[in-house]
Write a protein that binds this ligand. Structure first.
Ligand code: A2P
Length: 278
C-alpha cells in the first residue's frame, strides 16, 4: 500500500498520514513502531519530550524499510529554545535515533512567556543549513507566532502541527495555512477521550461507507487538506487507520462532521498563548 504525499513549500514531500508515537515507549513500544513501519507507515512522529527517540531509532533499524523511504519527525522541547541549545537538542535527537539527519524538526510549543521561539527558529534553520534537518516546522503556533518568525527570518515553516479534530476543527487556521502554503498536521486526530467517535454524524458516515468511525475521521482530515497522525498501540487498529485511501466522504458528510466544532472544543486547556511545555 502506498500512502499519497503532500508537497512541502521547501520542495520536499511528506506522507499524507503518519504514525503518532506519544506515549509509546520501551521495548514493547519499539516493536509496535516497527510493526507500524511493516504495515506501511512511512511518517513516524516523535518528540524529544516523548522520551522515545531511542526506540524510534530501534524501530527504524528493525522495520525492514530503507531509511531513505522513511520520514522521521521530532520536536524541540521548550527548555532548549535558547541559542545554542536548539542545536544541541537536534544533535541529541539524532544520536538517540541513530540517524545522521531527520526529515522534519518542529518547535514543540511557542512558550510565549519566555519569548525565545524566534531564537529556537533561528537555531533550527542553522541546523537545516548544516544538513541535520531536511525540513523545519513548528507545532502549536497561532498565526501571530508564525508572522513573528517570518518577519524575523523570512522563512515560514512547512508544517504546523496543531490540535485538530471534529470538536476543534480550526477552519480559520486551515484557511490561513492554505493561503500561506503551510501543511496543518493534526494531533489528537481521533479526538482521544472526547467521545467524538460516537457522534451520529460520524457513525452515520461510517455505516454509509462500511468503515469504522476512526476511518471516517481520518478521511475527514485528509479531505480538509490536513495531515493526521493517529496513534495506536493495537496491531489491528493501526492497520485499519492506514486503510483510508479507497473511499471518499461526500461534501455534506464532511460539513456535518465539521459542524460538531465547539468554541471550547480543545481536549484540555491547550491554548498556545498560555499553555506552555518545557
Ligand atoms: P489504541 O492505542 O488502544 O488503539 P489520537 O491519535 O487522537 O490521540 O487517539 C489515540 C487513541 O485512539 C488511542 O487511545 C488509541 O487506542 C485510539 N485509537 C487509535 N486508532 C483507533 C481506531 N481505529 N478505532 C478506535 N480507537 C482508536
Amino acid at each position: 500500500m502506498t500512502i499519497p504525499t503532500y508537497d512541502l513549500h521547501d520542495g520536499h514531500k511528506i506522507p499524507a498520514l503518519g504514525f503518532g508515537t506519544a506515549g509509546i515507549r520501551g521495548r514493547e513500544g519499539a516493536a509496535i513502531i516497527a510493526d507500524a513501519i511493516g504495515a506501511g507507515y512511512r511518517l513516524i512522529d516523535s518528540a524529544f519530550n516523548y522520551d522515545n527517540e531511542g526506540i524510534v531509532g530501534q524501530a527504524i533499524r528493525d522495520g525492514g524499510v530503507d531509511r531513505s523511504e522513511l520520514f522521521i519527525t521530532s520536536k524541540l522541547p521548550g527548555r532548549y529554545h535558547e541559542a545554542p541549545l536548539a542545536r544541541y537538542a537536534v544533535e541529541e535527537s539524532l544520536l538517540r535515533m541513530g540517524l545522521d539527519y531527520v526529515d522534519l524538526y518542529l518547535i514543540h510549543w511557542p512558550n510565549p512567556s519566555k519569548d525565545l521561539y524566534v531564537q529556537a527558529w533561528e537555531g533550527l534553520l542553522e541546523a537545516q543549513r548544516d544538513g541535520l534537518i531536511r525540513s523545519v516546522g513548528v507545532s502549536n503556533f497561532k498565526p501571530h507566532h508564525l508572522a513573528r518568525i517570518e518577519s524575523a527570518t523570512g522563512v515560514l515553516p512547512v508544517v504546523n502541527q496543531v490540535e485538530l479534530h471534529p470538536f476543534y476543527p480550526q477552519a480559520p487556521l486551515l484557511e490561513h495555512h492554505a493561503q500561506a502554503g503551510i501543511i496543518a498536521e493534526a494531533w489528537s486526530p481521533l479526538g482521544k477521550g472526547t467521545g467524538v467517535l460516537e457522534e451520529a454524524a460520524v457513525t452515520a458516515a461510517a455505516q454509509a461507507h462500511g468503515v469504522s468511525p476512526a476511518q471516517v475521521l481520518l478521511r475527514w482530515h485528509l479531505q480538509r487538506g490536513a495531515l493526521p497522525i493517529p496513534k495506536s498501540g493495537n496491531p489491528q487498529r493501526l492497520r485499519q487507520n492506514l486503510a483510508v485511501f479507497d473511499f471518499e466522504l461526500s461534501a455534506n458528510e464532511v460539513d456535518a462532521i465539521t459542524a460538531l466544532g465547539r468554541e471550547d472544543g480543545r481536549r484540555f486547556d491547550g491554548d498556545p498563548d498560555y499553555h506552555e511545555e518545557y
